[in-house]
Design a protein around this ligand. Structure first.
Ligand SMILES: Cc1ncc(COP(=O)(O)O)c(C=O)c1O
Length: 362
């Protein structure tokens, strides 16, 4: 978490204004004002109408609640199209919604060699029965950024709505929901230097009409319809501060810094014999995230060896189960994933490459 977000959280908790919404006294007014101002700042960060910004626990929990509502609108004549590039948090909730409603759930494949979404297959899968397309903005495992503009255009042509999982996209690329025109977009502030929380933009008319499970006393319209129970105000104060921080940092600037660090990382791994890089081998339309395996070593072992040198990487599937399955790596322990964030520098990249090369030459 960035300092300004940590401070915002503790300042909120310490300032004596932590009551609840909807009262006639200052501590209640402060809670209303915090929700309003956070929706405004996060709306600015995501290029979205603030009245569609919902605040919650995390992406998975919010997506489960969202798809539970969608399930009530689906029938056995309907179809939901997802992708094999997606994290389980944008696969399982839709699968469950389809099981509940009898709708069909299909996943668009990706090209194993290039790591890119198979757009021809996607176009064939989206038909007039398709009510929802669930797509990732960036793969959390291999970094691929699907062409969202085209995905959304194809879906909307058939009258389908689009749900974008932007958890692995938002930390790395400027998002503009108005320009994209997606119906829903989910992101996790803890991936963009904020607190453990979730943010979901739901197009306001959809939000108002969707049969969301809620208590009778809760609002019938707007974000409070979707935000069950008492908001996590401390965390929301920090979400706002993190969004402000990124607006000030400038996402385009940040993407450039990350890109400059990522290029030598990718190139270095590709140039190392005994290492296989999975997913795109190029720098276009991707997040600065790379997955690899070391031919002579299990992925857990690689992660342990790197951890011993103070390098934090993940091993396994990182919940991108469909990708790992399609790559045929499920039984061999998945991949090792490394990525660039704002606090990584070129020395870190060199250290990782030297350490990995040391493992290969053993
Ligand atoms: C691409 C992607 N989607 C969804 C999630 C789930 O997010 P959350 O932890 O907020 O539920 C993650 C978490 O790592 C992710 O990387």
């Amino acid at each position: 978490m960035v300092d300004v977000a940590i401070n915002a959280m503790s300042d909120w908790a310490a300032n004596g204004s932590n009551a609840n919404t909807g009262g006639f006294f200052p501590a209640a007014d402060a809670c209303d004002a915090l929700l309003d101002s956070t929706r405004t700042v996060v709306g600015e960060f995501l290029g979205a109408d603030a009245s569609g910004i919902c605040l919650g626990a995390n992406m998975t929990t919010m997506t489960m609640a969202f798809t539970r509502a969608v399930a009530r609108t689906l029938t056995s004549d309907d179809r939901v199209v997802g992708t094999q590039l997606d994290h389980e948090a944008n696969v399982s909730p839709w699968r469950i919604a389809c099981e509940l409603s009898g709708a069909e759930h299909v996943l668009t494949p990706f090209d194993v060699k290039t790591g890119r979404l198979d757009m021809d297959a996607f176009e064939k899968l989206v038909d007039d029965r398709t009510k929802w397309v669930a797509v990732t903005g960036a793969s959390n495992l291999i970094g691929t950024m699907p062409d969202l503009e085209t995905v959304i255009a194809i879906a909307h042509k058939h009258g389908a709505r689009v749900f974008v999982d932007a958890v692995a996209l938002a930390p790395h690329k400027q998002i503009n929901i108005r320009e994209l025109g997606c119906d829903v977009l989910a992101t996790s502030p803890y991936k963009w230097y904020g607190p453990h929380a979730g943010v979901m933009y739901i197009e306001p008319q959809l939000l108002n009409s969707l049969p969301i499970a809620k208590v009778r006393a809760a609002s019938e319209t707007g974000p409070r319809k979707f935000e069950t129970g008492t908001p996590n105000f401390e965390s929301i104060a920090a979400v706002q501060a993190a969004a402000r921080f990124l607006i000030e940092e400038d996402m385009q600037q940040l993407a450039k810094i990350e890109g400059d660090l990522f290029a030598p990382l990718l190139e270095g791994l590709l140039d190392t014999p005994g290492i296989t890089v999975w997913g795109p081998h190029d720098l276009a339309s991707r997040a600065p995230t790379v997955s690899f395996t070391v031919d002579s070593m299990t992925t857990d072992r690689v992660a342990q060896e790197l951890a011993a040198k103070k390098i934090a990487v993940w091993s396994g599937d990182s919940y991108a189960m469909e990708i790992v399955q399609r790559l045929g790596l499920t039984n061999s322990g998945g991949v090792v994933r490394a990525g660039i964030a704002r606090y990584v520098d070129s020395e870190d990249v060199k250290h990782l490459l030297t350490t990995v090369r040391g493992l290969v030459s053993r």
